[in-house]
Design a protein around this ligand. Sequence first.
Ligand code: SAM
Length: 226
Amino acid sequence: MARLRKSQKFFSTYQSGPQPWPAPSAANYFSVEPCDLFGNAAPLEVEIGAGKGDFILQRARQTPQRNFLAVELAGSVFQWLSIRIARSGLNNLKAIRADARPVVNLMLPAASVRAFHIYFPDPWPKSRHSRHRLFTPALIAGLARCLEPGGQVFAATDVDWYFEYIGALFAQSGFQATGEPAEGAQRSGFGRRFASEGKPIHGGCFRLGRPLTGVNHDSPLAAADA
Ligand SMILES: C[S@@+](CC[C@H](N)C(=O)[O-])C[C@H]1O[C@@H](n2cnc3c(N)ncnc32)[C@H](O)[C@@H]1O
């Protein structure tokens, strides 16, 4: 509650800076058009459940030749995220407050995303809550719809059985694990916290169809930049 009050105060005093989220209009209410949003057609990476944006802010700063979209559902978290993006001054990073499921199933254009990053989605371990889990066959179908040919999904969780479940869902939908680590997971807010607590992080990279040859397994994000 204290965190919510703090973020609302912060958000309400931050009215004069540039806004990193798209202005609402009839045209973009049900769609996200990356070229309109960024004013160019650079390759797009999307982080789902970006939290306060530790990973995507760093990645967008280090990769100016690409565009980045942070999708976050929780209102108070989104406020922190959008203010941090506005303060960063980065033109290649935008945020939308939305449930990622309709974003990938409906709102983004087909074959428009070079890479997805999904780090530490809530596992909802109890079976009676499993309907809340982000990863479902429908989400994977949405990711597949949005990915460019050869596009990648980087995913990580601290929960071993959830990673197995995610891997099985990808396999059922025609994705293959490439063997690359989800390097970005080490740089997200939760990833840094889990690493400092010595908790294992289970992650990987998935592509549709045959894995590409010649991938640099030491630096998957560097390979993704090529
Ligand atoms: C455990 S946090 C991880 C945040 C960040 N990825 C990190 O590693 O620090 C999960 C985040 O996913 C967001 N989230 C959960 N379901 C979502 C959905 N359907 N669409 C978008 N974001 C979602 C939550 O609000 C939360 O901020």
